[in-house]
Design a binder for this molecule. Structure first.
Ligand code: MN
Length: 129
């Protein structure tokens, strides 16, 4: 019996970032789906109901804080852990991510050597006891 792979949605407008993260996470056995806009993100969530979302904060159509809040508004999606991914190093950015409803925070540039570990930590943390 094959276990269903953990599905991760990466919401990110930068194509190169998506390619890099997809390559890393697919090699670790995750199933990757992607969205480059907020509208695509909602389509992907509806279609695949991902196990976890990586959320770029700087997006052209809708910033990641707003998008996170909109996703978390929907009861069906509230259990999906959302990890903010951002290069913003301003103080308060982490707090803003958490306030918007993000479950965690990863700093850009993404450190691919610890990405899997970070994802698994947030997956464990968000599991209900
Ligand atoms: Mn971006």
């Amino acid at each position: 019996m094959t276990e269903k792979p953990v599905t991760i949605l990466y919401i990110e407008d930068n194509f190169e970032n998506r390619v890099l993260v997809r390559r890393v996470l697919e090699s670790e056995g995750y199933a990757m789906i992607e969205a480059g806009t907020a509208a695509q993100a909602f389509e992907q969530i509806e279609e695949h109901l991902p196990d976890l979302i990586l959320m770029d904060i700087n997006m052209p159509d809708m910033d990641g804080y707003t998008l996170t809040a909109k996703i978390k508004e929907k009861p069906a999606y509230q259990e999906i852990p959302i990890i903010a991914v951002t290069a913003n190093v301003m103080r308060g950015d982490k707090e803003r991510s958490l306030k918007a409803g993000c479950d965690g925070y990863i700093q850009k540039p993404i450190d691919i050597d610890i990405l899997t570990e970070q994802i698994e930590r947030y997956r464990q943390k968000s599991k209900k006891p």
